[in-house]
Design a protein around this ligand. Structure first.
Ligand code: NAP
Ligand code: MG
Length: 407
């Protein structure tokens, strides 16, 4: 398409390139699905592990700051180095997870939403629309303090003021035998930002919001979460929610689990850290697997970072390097781009960009629904004689063909 006829994206998009198989797919998706149609200013950061190492991880920090500046970014999966990766890539050290760094700077909440296609039915037959999980990825058992009690003694909870004055002391347990103790915390500001991000996301998507915890048992800890959500709703969202016909409900976690199984979906389910960790894996596996999960980080002040929920698909990359044909699914990666373009179009008030995003999604869905899919989906899709397992590149080519027909 001549440059003059391309769809113009007004404000720059922050692009974060990544590692391994997802880096290969990233390039293909850009070249075959995006650049032929879009005149799009990109602010590019290369987050591949070697470049993070060369910049002492400053490139990740710069990328996160750029998202704060421009409002919308899209990220390819990246290696979180461990001991093996440090050796493999000759790194100076095992740098922090880029996602953790970016989340720390944006102070956001991650929302995971499955991509639904007609020929992959959710394992829970009542689910007609996606269930989105909003996980409060801060505190609780992930930053806990634990102690293995191997002698009789007393465990206490003590709170001391900066002056040194003791404000609170309570016995947790007098042990006459052995046992174990755990202490967790959270911060009011983090819980409030979590609530804000959840209300923002539910309102953006026009879906009901549930928040579930166990405040009947944990009256103070879970009670604070419940109160903050209720306050935030009353103060900032009640009228907006009513105007678009969506609701906010607090329910007990066990009651919510029983209800979600019988629901039709189309809900944002906001959960504390552990519940979100567990339930997001359940929803993913009931909905066609990790390669069909999209993920977006929403900051409390309304910045967005889109990505696929899966990692760099290391095993497929090694096959690719060995010259073997791969069949890696690019659906979530394509939807990361379409999600980012739609959000950019909404913020810029450029409906033609939003329309392109929806057309791209429709072309990708149509491809899978016509039976052309990668190996991971063949295994879970409805059996049909037309189903055909294709390579990584052939799948993207098939989407490109459908996209061309629609534009
Ligand atoms: P992974 O990349 O998500 O892959 C795990 C397995 O899931 C794959 O081996 C593959 O199964 C299947 N899979 C995932 N995505 C797929 C896709 N698009 N198409 C087809 N199959 C797919 O997780 P990992 O292997 O544990 O991690 C690899 C690297 O990714 C690690 O270095 C980790 O640090 C990084 N990681 C990054 C992010 C992120 O940036 N957001 C998230 C998670 C992990 P089969 O092998 O059975 O085909
Ligand atoms: Mg998990």
């Amino acid at each position: 398409m001549p440059q003059a006829n391309k769809i113009k994206v007004k404000t720059p998009i922050v692009e974060m390139d990544g590692d391994e198989m997802t880096r290969i797919m990233w390039k293909m998706v850009k070249e075959k699905l995006l650049l032929p149609y879009l005149d799009m200013p990109l602010v590019y950061y290369d987050l591949q592990v070697k470049h993070r190492d060369e910049t002492d991880d400053q490139v990740t920090v710069e990328a996160a700051k750029a998202i704060l500046r421009y409002g919308v970014g899209v990220k390819c999966a990246t290696i979180t180095p461990n001991k093996e990766r440090v050796a493999e890539y000759h790194l100076k050290k095992a740098w922090r997870s880029p996602n953790a760094t970016i989340r720390g700077i944006l102070d956001g909440t991650v929302f995971r939403k499955p991509i639904m296609v007609k020929n992959i039915r959710p394992l829970v037959s009542s689910w007609k629309r996606p269930i989105v999980i909003g996980r409060h990825a801060y505190g609780d058992i992930y930053n806990n303090t634990e102690y293995r009690v191997d002698t009789p003694g007393k465990a206490e909870l003590v709170f001391t003021l900066p002056s040194g004055k003791e404000l609170f002391r309570q016995t947790i347990r007098e042990f006459d035998k052995t046992g174990v103790v755990q202490c967790v915390f959270n911060e009011e500001e983090s819980i409030r930002n979590f609530a804000k991000s959840c209300f923002t996301f539910a309102f953006d998507e026009k879906i009901d919001l549930w928040f579930s915890a166990k405040d009947t048992i944990s009256k103070t800890y879970d009670g604070l979460f419940r109160d903050i959500f209720a306050e935030e709703y009353e103060r900032n969202w009640k009228e907006k929610f009513q105007a678009v016909g969506i609701t906010y409900t607090y329910n007990l976690i066990d009651d919510a689990v029983a209800r979600i199984i019988k629901s039709e979906g189309g809900i944002l389910w906001a959960l504390q850290n552990y519940d979100g960790d567990v339930m997001s894996d359940m929803v993913a596996s009931a909905s066609g697997g990790l390669a069909m999960m999209t993920s977006v980080l929403v900051s409390p002040d309304g910045c967005y970072e889109f990505e696929a929920a899966h990692g760099t698909v290391q095993k497929h990359y090694y096959k690719h390097l060995a010259g073997e044909e791969t069949s890696t699914n690019s659906m979530a990666l394509i939807f990361a781009w379409s999600g980012c373009l739609r959000k950019r179009g909404e913020l810029d008030q450029t409906p033609e960009v939003c329309h392109f995003a929806s057309t791209l999604e429709a072309a990708a869905l149509e491809t899978v629904e016509s039976g052309i899919m990668t190996g991971d989906l063949i295994a879970v899709a409805d059996h049909h004689p037309e189903n055909r397992k294709v390579s990584t590149e052939a799948f993207i080519d098939a989407v490109a063909l459908n996209l061309k027909k629609r534009l």
